[in-house]
Each structure stands twice: as C-alpha cells, then as structure tokens.
Design a protein around this ligand. Structure first.
Ligand code: SF4
Length: 232
C-alpha cells in the first residue's frame, strides 16, 4: 500500500497535550483555508510504501508512546490512514488524529475499529459560512464528524476529543454558536495567524471567550497553551 507522504517528526510534545508523540504528516487537502499552516503539503505527490512510514514510527518507540496523524488532511487517504493506525496500535502506540472533518466516514470507521484515541477536530467557522471559507461543500460533513466524535467521547470509545477553533480578529462572534455545538467537550481557541491580519492577543482571545462562560484552552505563539477559566 502506498501513502502520499508529507513529513515525519520523530518526537513532538505539542501535537498531543501531555504526550510525547511522533507525528506523521499525510500530504493533500481539498480545503483551501487562507491561513493554511502547512501549505507546502496541501498538494503534490510523494508516494512511499506504507512499510517505510511504519518503520519511521517504530524507530520512535524509544522516545514516543503515541503517534499523531496530521496534514494536509490525513482522512483524505482513508485506507492508508487506517492501515498505519492499525500498525501503530499493534506496536503499542496510542493514536491521535488532527482533522478538518470533511471525510466523516473515515473518522467513523477509525472509531468503530478502535483505531483512534484522540481526535482534534477543526471547527473553522459558523456552519453558514463554512463552505465559502473552505471553498468546497463541507459544512454537513463536518457536522457529521463532530457528531461522531461527541458520541464516541460520550460512549467512552474515544479517550480525548477536542474541538479546535482558529480565531481571527473580527470573527469573535462565531464563537457563541460553535460553543453551543461543542458544549460539554474540550474547546481550544487558537490564535489565527495569516498575512494581512493582526493576530488576536491572548488577552483578546480571553475577552472573546468570556461570554461563553466556560473553561477553554487558549493557544498563542507568545504564551503557548493556557487554560482560561471564567471562575478563576
Ligand atoms: S484544512 Fe488544514 S491543511 Fe487543509 S487547507 Fe485548511 S489549514 Fe490547510
């Protein structure tokens, strides 16, 4: 089996909070977010035998207890992703996934086969604005992925689930509806960074989170990840 490979980081402490993980980047993403953090692997082809990737994961075993699949969009390569996740599982790794949620069947399949322990799902904007932002029909698919993750977490079939919102100045109003859809689950507000935008500061992100009346995690380049708790 071949994998469209995007890169490999043997040890990372930022891709799965509290875990030392290796990270496999899978190339290709059908979305076109203007702020894409990994634009170099949005497209193109670097086909590798899955065994080569599995060997990279195996070599990380001395330092990493988990593997995170990221991208690009890893669920674009559903079969290869499941194959790699199963191999990682067999080697004793916990398995994490960073996804934009536009291929819900792949996510449901990973959950059903107990091949994933952590999912970080991007919720990019309100459902009404979703398709325009990504330049494709995605809102219903992401809703379905969100429902699958919430169900799996509530049923004990997913150890960790977090909804990740990349927030830009002027879009703070999106948060209320996203917070409603993710009530009871981990919510991460990530500082949006893109050319032509002044990034929100940690204090501004905290102010945006305040009306939600709930604990959220805030990520900025300046301060890393901190917990904002309105009751503290
Ligand atoms: S979904 Fe992620 S990888 Fe795809 S374009 Fe958006 S930011 Fe880039």
């Amino acid at each position: 089996m071949y994998v469209n490979f995007g890169g490999f980081v043997p040890i990372s402490t930022v891709d799965w909070r509290g875990r030392a993980a290796c990270t496999v980047f899978l190339r290709g993403c059908p979305a076109r977010c203007f702020y894409c953090h990994n634009i170099a692997i949005q497209d193109g082809e670097d086909l590798r035998d899955a065994d080569e990737i599995i060997a990279m994961i195996r070599e990380s075993r001395m330092v990493a207890g988990a593997v995170v699949f990221s991208g690009g969009e890893p669920t674009l390569q559903g079969q290869a992703l499941a194959h790699l996740a199963a191999a990682a599982r067999n080697m004793g790794f916990s398995v994490g996934l960073h996804t934009n949620g536009i291929f819900p069947r792949v996510i449901e399949d990973l959950i059903d086969r107990h091949l994933v322990d952590m999912i970080a799902l991007d919720i990019k904007t309100t459902w009404e604005r979703y398709d325009d932002l990504l330049e494709l029909t995605a809102a219903d698919a992401v809703k379905r992925s969100l429902a699958a993750c919430k169900r799996a977490k509530a049923d004990g079939n997913l150890e960790t689930f977090q909804a990740v919102v990349t927030l830009f100045r002027g879009r703070e109003g999106d948060l209320l509806s996203i917070a409603q859809d993710t009530r009871g689950f981990d919510l991460v507000l990530q500082q949006g960074v893109a050319a032509g935008f002044v990034p929100l500061t940690r204090q501004e992100l905290e102010a945006a989170a305040a009306p939600l009346g709930r604990k959220v995690r805030i990520r900025t380049r300046e301060d890393g990840e901190v917990v904002y708790d309105p009751e503290r």
